[in-house]
Design a protein around this ligand. Sequence first.
Ligand code: 6R9
Length: 668
Amino acid sequence: MTSTANQAQSAQQQGPQESRVFAPPAAFAEQAAVSGMAAYDALCAEAAADYEGFWARLARENLAWQKPFTSVLNEADAPFYKWFEDGHLNVSYNCLDRNLQNGNADKTAIIFEADDGTSTPVSYRQLHEKVCKFANGLKSRGIKKGDRVIIYMSMSVEGVAAMQACARIGATHSVVFGGFSAKSLQERIIDAGAVAVITGDEQLRGGKQLPLKAIVDEALALGGCESVKDVIVYKRTGGNIAMVAGRDMWLSDLVDQQSAECEPEWVSAEHPLFILYTSGSTGTPKGVQHSSGGYLLWAALTMKWSFDIKPNDVFWCTADIGWVTGHSYIAYGPLAVGATQVVFEGIPTYPNAGRFWDTIAKHKVSIFYTAPTAIRSLIKASDVDPKVHPNNFDLSTLRLLGTVGEPINPEAWMWYYNNVGREKCPIVDTFWQTETGGHMITPLPGATPMVPGSCTLPLPGIMAAIVDEAGHDVPNGQGGILVVKRPWPSMIRTIWGNPERFKSGYFPEELGGKMYLAGDGAIRNKETGYFTITGRIDDVLNVSGHRMGTMEIESALVANPLVAEAAVVGKPDDTTGESICAFVVLKQARPTGEDAKRLALELRNWVGKEIGPIAKPKEIRFGDNLPKTRSGKIMRRLLRVLAKGETITQDVSTLENPAILEQLKEAS
Ligand code: 6R9
């Protein structure tokens, strides 16, 4: 661990102070599930007074239990915490059957918006039937409770159904994002010991047909995947693919003749619902293992608290099911609360960068949840082509906006608030992680006054705190390490096959072994106590002994009207220890030669003015774009290599745009 406390502290001291505050609109607050700060405080007080009683009440009220639990939290084998462990339930029953019983059978569960703009509604009754047939199909192949199933599919009703079908029979799924390479897929198949792979023939993205099944074939051919007995293929494009006799089968052949009824497999609340691989700061991807009961409780409850979901809402989370956001806020949360949601196959820029706004208007979306990186790229696109600006679309159905995945810089927040939300929609800036299962720190839209760039306050029951390296609380206004002091129901249970790494990585001895280490730095505002995430603790810089969050510098750069996007990394420096290297995308075309020099100087001075001379990037490189994963995260790891002038030897298969690396290799 590095000395994050000081880093975040100095970043804050030097960083611009955000003073704008936006109260939740009165009309929103009046009807909200958690209405007003007094209601928020009351929930927090309830959790503080009787932690287990609080969670037990919520678990009873929000989930259907086949066998009620008597044990709430078992800490005997900490940090391997167990929640509601003697209770039995089925996640798919909670998401589907419950809706057939409570009058939602004919309600639209999913509006599938295809890449080409055609859309298909699927009711809860239809989804239930699809999932039951799918589950029976899996059972007919001998797949059973506890088996691991890899899902390597694009965004589709079938992808969601595959996850639900696994949940129905008690199989543990591991969704691998459809953009991962054969090698990454193979590693995950082997690590999980999967018995089957569910995939598609091809995927459609931005009008292009891209391979899926061919990559599965390649992954299996790499070897070591002998555990895989079945490959089940959903036909999406009808493209030409190879089928291996005895191993591969079409989904339709497997499910068409199956019964539309499938008794759910009742499992313990602690039964592993899924494993989701995520990258750590070092080493191979970790299989984050989640539970059934605690996980679903939080997916459902945050739909109500953070998203204020109501029966008439049309919810749209633009994530992919390959990421945790697509698990909690597409495959499980919305269905568990009987919501109608849009499931989107395409990309935000096809057929043009107005696609999000057009789709919101078309399906009368009322709650929209996306990533800051998408917002920033759409800001840029609408500056270039005013026709795709949100002003040209009927967004009047929107009542709530959300962001996730990375800090949102105040300028992007304001643009989202003004142009998309038209100053009437609260924005929930939801801080959470693959490991946390659901939202952790976020405004409650009908209660919390919002400050652009701050995820504000922990949800009731989430004991988030900021500590120094010895695990001691730091005062507000002083940065430190973000931790969670008490276990919560939807937390990671272990790293699949590596309990030691789970223990040492998330509950380090240095912090006493009982606090969950999020891996992010944070600071609380002196007056409000609001949290601001200062970035991953591995993304902090030390220049001449002054430490600062890369995020602060990026935010300053993006606040410049010329800048569309920026990523800042450290570069070893003989004199100052580390120097700051900024990769910048301008709203205008990428400058070169004298132009680049002039603009770099201008931006350096700008940052100097915004934060302080110490934060001035020593080097600025301009690009047409930044290297990003397909989920939109900037790959700073690669930028650090480029900044050093070294050759990239790491795997770049998860990059959306590998070609950009060449351009960013040297100074513009
Ligand atoms: C849900 C998800 C987790 C990391 C996390 C943090 C960053 C996510 C954020 C945020 C600031 C937010 N992060 N949400 N930082 N504000 N609202 O993204 O999970 O892919 O595991 O990433 O993303 O650094 O530690 P995951």
